[in-house]
Each structure stands twice: as structure tokens, then as C-alpha cells.
Design a binder for this molecule. Structure first.
Ligand code: NAD
Ligand code: TDX
Length: 364
């Protein structure tokens, strides 16, 4: 039995992880520490049994220290972060504050509680990204755990800094840490600012699909549940002090993802006449192809060209393998967004709308 503290557990991946962990490990204690920023949502944890949500900032070292001590936490899984690259370009400060200072605050709390105690095993698992490795050319070898860091955006630079701090707390103080660097996730509860949910919801409303640059940037897509399984494998079988790259083995150009999305929306409308009534502004409701909404817009500044993951280490050491391919994972995700309109509708009615208006108005 483990006692988990999950930071950022009300966000996209953190919430999926809590759902997954509760199902797989029904006897474990789960406490979520989340300050409920624009990206955090209590509704993401609805229906999960026996999870306590503590609304606090990870930069609040006292609260983290008290939680670790009073709840006898032995496993901290650290998801909390500012996570959207575009936001980091518009306003980097929050990324420095949360991703660097916040991670450091948690490390200090963990050191205080775990390294001055009775020496029991503990684990600080840090959830990071493949973006810390920079951008690949078309023929470059995929990222692995030994690829030199070369972050290009304020987001990836702040994640890189946090990775280094986690590593330093292991080497200097002996904190029992692991880190995973994962590729692009998609799936339920993803905030509709990221490519897949943004484009799905825009397609349903007949709004432009804003493609940055030439649309040929490549990402390695992984269904979020496979990421959760990868983190579970690291927690259970990973070696302390090590990092593990987790990927989906699905390198796809953005245009390929977008064309898959458009074709899937067309097929969903063709198979369910009720969708045309629910979403009368969708091109598919009028027999037009969804891809008529594709709109090329100005490129993201510093836009990384290609990410790819060599997951040999996770496969060989942990027995990790993604269970879903993109086709199956994407179909399930489209079905989830169509079935869970109240979830994303409530987001669109709130602060997210202001962000979209401020940043996408007049594009395309
Ligand atoms: P998200 O933006 O959906 O959720 C982040 C969560 O952290 C939210 O619940 C938010 O309220 C919380 N949070 C933010 N700042 C906080 C603070 N100062 N104190 C407490 N809570 C705070 O992010 P996500 O996509 O779920 O990403 C989770 C983690 O996984 C991040 O560390 C991210 O870097 C990493 N990651 C994401 C992806 C991806 O494709 N989304 C891929 C690889 C790694
Ligand atoms: O409107 C858009 N148009 C577009 O062309 C958006 C939002 C994105 N894009 C492109 C940019 C990227 O090449 O699609 C690709 C994916 O973009 P995002 O969904 O913003 O993801 P990305 O920038 O690749 O970063 C994601 O994966 C790694 C997560 O947001 C990070 O948190 C994670 O670390």
C-alpha cells in the first residue's frame, strides 16, 4: 500500500493518473495538491472514490511539508506545471514561478520530511517532457535519456531547469527521485487550448482550424492512459536517480493529425444524424468536409520542428509498451469529447474564452 501525493492532479494528465491509479490500486491513499489555475478543474476528479483535493500552490512549502508529514506520504508524483507553450511565449513569468520555483519548493519539503526522518524508502517522481531536448531534424536519431538538453521555449526551458533541480537533489542530498520525459499526450480532460481538443471543438462549431506555419511539424503522440501506465512502471520498477523517456512510437506531422481529425468528424456526423442537430454550424452538418476549416496562420515563434522518442530503456528495463495506437486512441478521444460536452462547455464559458479572444482573434 502506498500513500500518494499527486501535484497537479486536477489537470489533464494528473487527473487521468488519479483515475487510473484509483482503479489499479484501490487500497492506496491519494491526496491531490492543486491550486486550480485556469487548467485545473475539480470536475476532472468527479466520480473518483476516496481522493482528497487540497487546494494550494506548490510554492507553498509549509503546506507541502505538512501534507508529506501528516499524511505519511511515501510517493510524490509531480505533475503540477504551467504546460502550454503558446502561453509561455506570451507570459513566461508564471512558468518560471511554478515550474522552477514550485518544483524547488516541493524538493525542499521532501528533503525536510524524508531525509530527516527514519530513512524509510520514499519516491519523488518528476513528470517532464521531451521538449527539454529541443528540436530534431528529419534524419536525426530520436531523443533518448542521454540526449543533451537544448530547450527552445520558455516552457521547455523551465521544465529543463526543474529536471536539473530534481537530479541535483538526488546527487547532492540523496533524495530518492525518478524522472520521466514524455511526448505529446492526448485523451480525455485535455484543456481545449492544445491542438487536438481545440481543433475538435472548433470543428464542431464551424470555426477555423489555425495551423501554425506549414503544418509539417512532427510530434510523437501518446494516449494519456499509456503515459499513466508508463509512470506506474517507473514507480514500480524504475531505478532511483534514473530518467526514462516515454513515447507513443507514433511520429505524425500536424497535418496528418488534423486530416485524421477532420475525417473522423465527417464520419461521426455521417453515422449519427443527431450530431447535425447538436452542432448546426459544423460544416459536416451541411454535408461539407470538415477540412474546409483548415486555415494557415503565422507560425509559433521558435516552433520546434520535430520530436521523437527512443523508448528502448523504458521497454527493456520496465517492460513498458504503449497499448493504444493513434487510430484507436484518437477514435476513443473523439467519442469522449462528443459524449462529454458539458465538461468542455463549462470551460468555454469561463476564463478560457478570454484567452482565446486575446490570442486567436483576427487570425486566419
Ligand atoms: P495541465 O496544464 O492540464 O495541468 C496542470 C495542473 O497543474 C492544473 O491542474 C493546474 O491547476 C496545476 N497547477 C499549475 N500551477 C500550479 C501551482 N503553482 N501549484 C499547484 N498546482 C498548479 O498540464 P498537463 O498537460 O496535465 O501536464 C502535466 C505535466 O505533464 C506537466 O508537468 C507537463 O510539463 C507534463 N507533460 C505534459 C505533456 C502533454 O502533452 N500535455 C507531455 C509531457 C509532459
Ligand atoms: O492552434 C494550434 N495550431 C497548431 O498548429 C495549436 C494549439 C498547436 N499547433 C501545433 C503546434 C505543435 O506543433 O500543433 C502541435 C501541438 O501543439 P500543442 O498541442 O500546443 O503541443 P506542443 O507545443 O507540442 O506541447 C505539448 O506536448 C509536450 C504539451 O502542451 C506540452 O505540455 C508537452 O510537454
Amino acid at each position: 500500500m502506498a500513500n500518494l501525493l499527486v501535484t497537479g492532479g486536477a489537470g489533464f494528465i494528473g487527473a487521468n493518473f488519479v483515475h487510473y491509479w484509483r482503479e489499479q490500486h484501490p487500497g492506496d491513499q491519494i491526496v491531490v495538491l492543486d491550486s486550480l489555475t485556469y487548467a485545473g478543474n475539480r470536475a476532472n476528479l468527479a466520480g473518483v472514490n476516496a481522493v482528497e483535493l487540497v487546494e494550494a500552490d506548490i510554492r507553498d512549502e509549509d503546506t507541502a511539508t505538512t501534507l508529506l508529514r501528516d499524511r505519511a506520504i511515501d510517493t510524490l508524483v509531480h505533475f503540477a506545471a504551467e504546460s502550454h507553450v503558446d502561453r509561455s511565449i506570451h507570459g513566461p513569468d508564471a512558468f518560471i514561478d511554478t515550474n522552477i520555483l514550485g518544483t524547488h519548493s516541493l524538493l525542499k519539503a521532501a528533503r525536510t520530511v524524508w531525509l530527516s526522518g527514519d530513512g524509510k524508502p520514499h519516491r519523488f517522481h518528476h513528470v517532464s517532457t521531451d521538449e527539454v531536448y529541443g528540436s530534431l531534424g528529419p534524419d536525426d536519431a530520436a531523443f533518448s535519456e542521454t540526449t543533451p538538453y537544448s530547450p527552445n521555449s520558455p516552457y521547455s526551458a523551465s521544465k529543463a531547469a526543474s529536471d536539473h533541480l530534481v537530479r541535483a537533489y538526488h546527487h547532492t542530498y540523496g533524495l530518492q527521485v525518478t524522472t520521466s520525459n514524455c511526448s505529446n499526450n492526448y485523451g480525455p480532460y485535455q484543456f481545449p487550448e492544445k491542438l487536438i481538443p481545440l481543433f475538435l471543438i472548433n470543428a464542431l462549431h464551424g470555426r477555423a482550424l489555425p495551423i501554425y506555419g506549414d503544418g509539417m511539424n512532427v510530434r510523437d503522440w501518446l494516449h494519456v492512459e499509456d503515459h499513466c501506465r508508463g509512470i506506474e512502471a517507473v514507480l514500480q520498477r524504475g531505478r532511483v536517480g534514473e530518467t526514462y523517456c516515454i513515447g507513443g512510437g507514433e511520429e505524425l506531422a500536424n497535418l496528418t493529425v488534423i486530416d485524421t481529425l477532420c475525417a473522423a468528424v465527417d464520419a461521426a456526423f455521417a453515422g449519427d444524424p443527431g450530431l447535425a442537430q447538436r452542432y448546426p454550424d459544423a460544416p459536416a452538418a451541411r454535408g461539407l468536409p470538415t477540412d474546409s476549416l483548415k486555415t494557415w496562420v503565422k507560425d509559433r515563434p521558435g516552433h520546434d520542428r520535430r520530436y521523437a522518442i527512443d523508448e528502448t530503456k523504458a521497454r527493456d528495463e520496465l517492460g513498458y509498451r504503449p497499448a493504444r495506437d493513434f487510430k484507436a486512441g484518437f477514435a476513443a478521444t473523439l467519442a469522449w469529447y462528443i459524449a462529454n460536452e458539458p465538461w468542455w462547455r463549462s470551460i468555454l464559458d469561463g476564463s478560457y474564452r478570454d484567452w482565446v479572444e486575446a490570442n486567436y482573434a483576427g487570425r486566419g
